[in-house]
Design a protein around this ligand. Structure first.
Ligand code: NDP
Ligand code: MG
Length: 385
C-alpha cells in the first residue's frame, strides 16, 4: 500500500508519543508531515528532526523564537500561535491525530475535519464541547472520525458489521481511578501527586485527574452519546478495576460483544491507524489466566458525582456539555495548582452548571464563545480562596 501522510496535533504528549512509537516501527507506511506542541520545544524539535517533517508548530507563540532557532537550516518550516495551529491542521493529511488536551484542541480538530479526510480522535474535550456542531461538520465534509479513546475504540470495533438499530445497550467500563476505594474523608485530602498516579494507565496530568474524579467517564459518556447515537438511556457505566474489557455492546438478541486488550493505548491507536486493516503492535499479549479475575461493580455517584453531572449535561445537550467541560478544565487546573481540594472539583463544576445555561451553539465560534464565558465564570468559582 502507498505511504500515507500523518499530522499529529499534540505530538509531545502521552497519546502523541504512543502514536509516534507505532509510526516509528512502520516507516514505510507513514510520512509525518506536521507535528505540534504547546510549549515543549525541546521534544518537538527532537521529533521534527527524527521524522523529517514539513512543519513544526508551537501553540504558545512565546516559544516560536526558540523553535526557529533550533530548527534553523533544517529545511523544516516553523510556526507559532493558535491561528498557526489551525492553519497547520487545515493543510490536511491522509490522517490527522487529534491528541491535544482540552478544548484548546477544538479549532484545529475542526480545521482538520473540514479537509474531509480521516481524523483519529483522542481529544475528547473537543467533541464534548462542540457536540452536534462537530458531528454535523464530519457529515458535511465527508470526514471519517475514528475514536482512539479506548472505550470508544472498543465500541467502534464491537459495532463493525452490525446495524446500530439493533443495539440494546452500550456499556462503558471505568477503572474507577486511583481513589476507587477511598472514603469521602480521604478524598477531601487527596493531593495532586496521588491523583496523577493511575494504577493501570500512564497518561497526561489532566486526564489522570479526570480519571480520579470520574469526570473522565462523564466526558466519555457524552463522547459516546455523540459518536454512537443510541439514546442516553441505553448508555451505561460499570466499574471494572482490571481495565481488561474496554467496553461492550449488547444487541437485541441478548448477545454482548466486548473488546479486550492490555492497558496500553497503542492498541486502540493501532486499530485507528490501520483501520479497516490491522497492524502489529509491540504490546504484550493478553494473558487472562495470569490476570485470573475480571470484576465489575456499579459506580458510586455519591463519592464520585461527575458521571451524574455529565449525564445531566448530555440530557440537556446544546451548550451544556461545553459548560461542564470548561468548568472541569478550570477546576482541574486549580486543583493541580494546589488552590482547591479534590472534592471541590465536582462541586465547582456543579455550581457553574447551575448558574450558566446559554442557548445551543450553531457554529464553532458559538462553541468557543460558550467555552470562554464558562471558563471566566469557573475561574471566579474555582479561583484561589
Ligand atoms: P498530554 O498532557 O500528555 O499531552 C497534551 C498535548 O497537547 C501535548 O503535546 C501538549 O503540548 C499539547 N497541548 C497542551 N495544551 C495545549 C494548548 N493549549 N494548545 C495546543 N496544544 C496543547 O495529554 P494526553 O496525551 O494524555 O491526552 C491528550 C488527549 O487524549 C486528551 O484529550 C485526553 O483526554 C485524551 N486521551 C488520553 C489518553 C491517554 O492515555 N493519555 C487516553 C484516552 C484519551 P506540550 O507538550 O508542549 O505541553
Ligand atoms: Mg478512555
Amino acid at each position: 500500500t502507498a505511504q500515507r501522510s500523518i499530522c499529529i496535533l499534540g505530538a509531545t504528549g502521552s497519546i502523541g508519543a504512543s502514536t509516534l512509537d507505532l509510526v516509528r516501527r512502520n516507516p514505510a507506511q507513514w510520512r509525518v508531515t506536521v507535528l505540534t506542541a504547546h510549549s515543549n520545544v525541546a521534544e518537538l524539535v527532537k521529533l521534527a528532526r527524527e521524522f523529517a517533517v514539513d512543519l513544526a508548530v508551537v501553540a504558545d507563540e512565546a516559544h516560536l523564537p526558540a523553535l526557529r532557532e533550533a530548527l534553523g537550516g533544517s529545511g523544516i518550516e516553523t510556526a507559532g500561535g493558535p491561528q498557526a495551529l489551525v492553519e497547520a491542521a487545515a493543510r490536511g493529511a491522509d490522517m490527522t491525530v487529534a491528541a491535544i488536551v482540552g478544548c484548546a484542541g477544538l479549532a484545529p480538530t475542526m480545521a482538520a475535519i473540514e479537509q474531509g479526510r480521516v481524523i483519529a480522535l483522542a481529544n475528547k474535550e473537543a467533541l464534548v464541547s462542540a457536540g452536534e456542531v462537530m458531528m454535523a461538520a464530519v457529515v458535511r465534509h465527508g470526514a471519517t472520525l475514528l475514536p482512539i479513546d479506548s472505550e470508544h475504540n472498543a465500541i467502534f470495533q464491537c459495532l463493525q458489521g452490525n446495524d446500530i438499530a439493533n443495539v440494546r445497550s452500550i456499556t462503558l467500563t471505568a477503572s474507577g481511578g486511583p481513589f476507587r476505594d477511598w472514603s469521602w474523608e480521604q478524598l477531601q485530602a487527596a493531593t495532586p501527586a496521588q491523583a496523577v498516579k493511575h494504577p493501570n494507565w500512564d497518561m497526561g496530568a489532566k486526564i489522570s485527574v479526570d480519571s480520579a474524579t470520574m469526570f473522565n467517564k462523564g466526558l466519555e459518556l457524552i463522547e459516546a452519546h455523540y459518536l454512537f447515537p443510541v439514546g442516553l438511556d441505553r448508555l451505561r457505566i460499570v466499574v471494572h478495576p482490571q481495565s481488561v474489557v474496554h467496553s461492550m455492546v449488547e444487541y437485541r438478541d441478548g448477545s454482548t460483544l466486548a473488546q479486550l486488550g492490555p492497558s496500553d493505548m497503542r492498541v486502540p491507536i493501532a486499530s485507528a491507524l490501520a483501520w479497516p486493516n490491522r497492524m502489529d503492535t509491540p504490546c504484550a499479549p493478553l494473558d487472562l489466566a495470569a490476570i485470573g479475575e475480571l470484576t465489575f461493580r456499579q459506580p458510586d455517584e455519591n463519592r464520585f458525582p461527575a458521571t451524574r453531572l455529565a449525564r445531566r449535561a448530555a440530557e440537556a445537550g446544546g451548550a451544556i456539555p461545553a459548560v461542564l467541560n470548561a468548568a472541569n478544565e478550570v477546576a482541574v487546573a486549580a486543583f493541580l495548582a494546589g488552590q482547591i481540594p479534590f472534592t471541590r472539583i465536582a462541586a465547582d463544576v456543579e455550581d457553574v452548571l447551575g448558574a450558566y445555561a446559554p442557548p445551543a451553539p450553531a457554529s464553532l465560534d458559538d462553541v468557543l464563545a460558550v467555552d470562554a464565558e464558562a471558563r471566566a465564570r469557573a475561574s471566579m468559582v474555582s479561583g484561589p480562596a
